[in-house]
Each structure stands twice: as C-alpha cells, then as structure tokens.
Ligand binder design. Structure first.
Ligand code: NAI
Length: 387
C-alpha cells in the first residue's frame, strides 16, 4: 500500500489525512506551521475519541488510525510518498512553487494532487516538468463525512493517472466523479444560483430572508436555506468563490456577485463565526418569521430551482461532466434532496424552459438565458437520460 503525503494540516488537509489513514495508508501530514500540526493532532484525537464513544470504532481501531499518521515539519519526509495531496493556501503562485519543489523530491511514479476549489488544475500542473502525473482531487468539507470527491484531470494529465485516482478514491469508500478542469468544477459551478438567485430575489424585495429560506427547506426539501447556509459557510468564503467563478467565466452575468453579500463582508458580518450575518446569532435574538403563503413559497422555490437546473443542464451541454456525475455531485457533495436533472424531468422540461424564458422576457438579462441543451430536449419531447 502506498504512503500518502498530505501538505497543509488545516481543515481540509487534516480531514484528508484522516480519510487516508482510515483506509489503511501510512500518512505523512506536513505543514510549515508547528501550531497548525498541533491543532490537527489534537482535533484528530477528539474526533477519534468521539467515534469510540459512539461505538463506530473500537479503541484499537482508533489508536491504529492515529498511529498511521505521522506529523512532520520537514517537507523532505514526503519523498517516500506514492501520492501527495496538497491542501495549502488557495494561491496559484504558492501552489506552483510547492509543486515544483515536490517534483524534485518525489519518485518518478508518484502522483501529485491538488485539493484546489477554484484554481485551474492545468495551471498548477504546468509548474511540473512531468505534468502527466498531476491532477485535482477535490474533497468537500468535512472530508471524512462528505463522500464526494471531484477528480479533475488537467489538460496534461495522463489518462492512467486519472483512472488510478478514480479507483483509489473508490477504495477509500468515496464517491469519485470525473469533472473537466473548468471554473468551479461541478459543485461550485452548479450551486451558484442557490445563493445568487436567492440574493437577487431578496435584493428585488420580492421576499425576505426567512421566507426564502422557508421556501427552500420546507417546500424544496433542502437541508438549509440559502441565507442560513451562506451564514454557515461564511460570507468571506462564499463571496470569494462567487467572485472567482464570475471572473473565471469572463464576467458572465449568470455568476454576478451581489452587493448585498459584499457589504456583509465589508461590515465583518461573516455569519455564524462572527455572531452575525444575515441572521443574528446573539443569544436571545429573535429569529425573523417567514411569510408562509404557499403561492409565494412555490414561486421562490421554482425560480431558484429552474436556475439550478439550467446550470446543471449547461454543465452537461458543455461537457463538464456526465448527467450521472452531476446528479451524484449535487446530492453527495452538497446534500441536495434530489438530483437537479431528475427534478427537471419531473417538473417537465417545457415548464422549466417556459419559466426561464419568462424571466428573460421580464428582465432582458443574459443571466436568465436558457441552456441550448434544455431547450432542444424540451422541443424534441425528450428528458435527461443516463441519470
Ligand atoms: P486552512 O487555511 O485551514 O489550512 C491551510 C494550511 O496550509 C495551514 O495550516 C497552513 O499553515 C498550511 N500551509 C500554507 N502554505 C503552506 C506551504 N507552502 N507549505 C506547507 N504548508 C502550508 O485551509 P483549508 O480550508 O484547509 O483549505 C486548504 C485548501 O483546500 C485550499 O486550496 C482550499 O481552496 C481547498 N478547499 C477548501 C475547502 C473548505 O471548505 N475549506 C473545501 C475544498 C477545498
């Protein structure tokens, strides 16, 4: 069994190290900050203790997982690894410098993976002399709990590297989906309207945050409403992803960020972690009540839903992933209650197209343009197949 190296022991790196150690690998977790390594070790002990308390692991299993992880401040220790997964700061220059250094250290046949969520894997791979062994392995937070892993070959990646990584992720008990190296890959692209269209509805004054959240959870079956979820993720993080995707898509209006969210970031109202975002998390604060008018709720749900469906359809149309991969990604990466394409089939594709076209006529904005694939399938009386 190969030794797995992980670079960066923050939230993602330590979670990935836990996953690899649980799958039976010896793991080398490297960080340049001693404090970060200490925190990762303490946190893993806490997690393992809870697993034992809950009866999910025996004390011996938990101890074995912990013993398989070796914490190191010395990058050179990674030289024995057969796979290194990078989870450091999200900056292209820093990641490229790291990959160049790692290539000098590692065996010829070792695979290098990046956990980037918003940078081009191809650009990172370009830092290496042998980019054929570089690819993206995008885990979701928290990595031990979220089954989805987006596997992203760079333009340069050798197909055998991709196949090997897909198999390895399956061996780790993950659900790997293949995604093209395009901005946001699958999940961070298709999910944009969940936030963006909710913000737009709010900005237009059509409904307040409590009502929009109520419509999406109670009528739509989503685990969290968009505003509660943005507060949970943190507006700094969520806004940055939106802005990065928007820029990467050459300012396609479909991904336009919201001033409302930017102002929350400006104000330092970052969500739960600062005690205030869209909602007030101070103890004793009264949560706002939704307007539970069913017609209003249905209109909100369908407006956000058709935008999500349009995004999923366009991802199929542009070859970002297969329909089945997109369904898995959204249900297992962000826990959507159902696959968006199956949902579209049930609503009826002509209905989805008619809704989008109605918004397009109303607003005259590119944001509401219907995906050509959706329109063609609807016209031909077909539905999304291969889900
Ligand atoms: P974090 O900030 O919690 O941890 C990053 C760690 O990397 C820190 O401990 C830092 O000391 C270390 N580090 C930075 N530069 C380094 C270098 N040159 N060499 C060695 N160690 C270095 O970050 P987080 O949230 O764990 O994210 C890491 C990566 O994973 C980023 O690329 C991010 O985009 C990606 N990601 C994050 C997700 C999230 O929800 N937080 C989800 C999926 C991917």
């Amino acid at each position: 069994m190969i030794i797995v190296g992980v670079v960066g022991s923050g939230a993602m790196g330590s979670g990935i190290a836990q996953v690899a150690a649980t799958a039976g690998h010896q793991v080398l977790l490297y960080d340049k900050q001693p404090d970060a390594l200490r925190r990762a070790q303490t946190e893993l002990t806490r997690i393992m203790d809870r697993q034992v308390e809950k009866g999910r692991l025996t004390a011996a299993e938990a101890a074995a997982i912990q013993q398989r992880i070796c914490y190191t401040l010395d990058q050179a220790d990674l030289s024995v690894a057969g796979l290194v997964i990078e989870a450091i700061v999200e900056r292209l220059d820093v990641k490229k410098a790291l990959f160049e250094e790692l290539e000098g250290l590692l065996r010829e046949d070792a695979v290098l993976a990046t956990n980037t969520s918003s940078l081009a894997v191809t650009a990172i791979a370009a830092a290496c002399k042998k980019p054929g062994r570089v690819l993206g392995l995008h885990f979701f937070n928290p990595a031990p709990l979220m089954a989805l892993v987006e596997v992203i070959p760079a333009v340069q990646t050798d197909p055998t590297t991709t196949q090997w990584a897909l198999q390895l992720m399956q061996d780790w008990g993950k659900i790997p989906v293949l995604a093209k190296d395009t901005p946001g890959f699958i999940v961070n692209r298709v999910a944009r309207p969940f936030y963006g269209e909710a913000l737009r509805i709010y900005d237009e004054g059509l409904a307040d945050i409590a009502t929009i959240d109520w419509a999406m959870t109670e009528l739509g079956g989503f685990r969290m409403g968009p505003f509660a979820l943005m507060d949970y993720i943190g507006h700094d993080v969520n806004y940055l992803v939106t802005e990065t995707v928007f820029t990467a898509f050459y300012f396609d209006p479909r991904y336009k960020p919201s001033f409302t969210q930017q102002r929350l970031v400006d104000a330092g109202y970052l969500g739960r972690k600062t005690g205030r975002g869209f909602y007030d998390y101070a103890s004793g604060a009264t949560p706002p009540l939704p307007n539970t008018d069913p017609a209003l709720g249905q209109a909100i749900l369908h407006r956000i839903l058709v935008m999500l469906i349009n995004e999923a359809a366009d991802a199929v149309y542009l070859g970002v992933a297969t329909p089945a991969a997109i369904e898995l990604a959204m249900t297992r990466g962000v826990n959507y209650p159902r696959g968006l394409l199956a949902w579209a089939n049930e609503l009826g594709l002509p209905y989805v197209v008619a809704q989008l076209d109605a918004h397009y006529r109303e607003y005259h904005e590119e944001r509401y343009r219907c995906s050509p694939l959706l329109r063609r399938l609807a016209r031909e009386g077909q539905h999304f197949a291969g889900l």
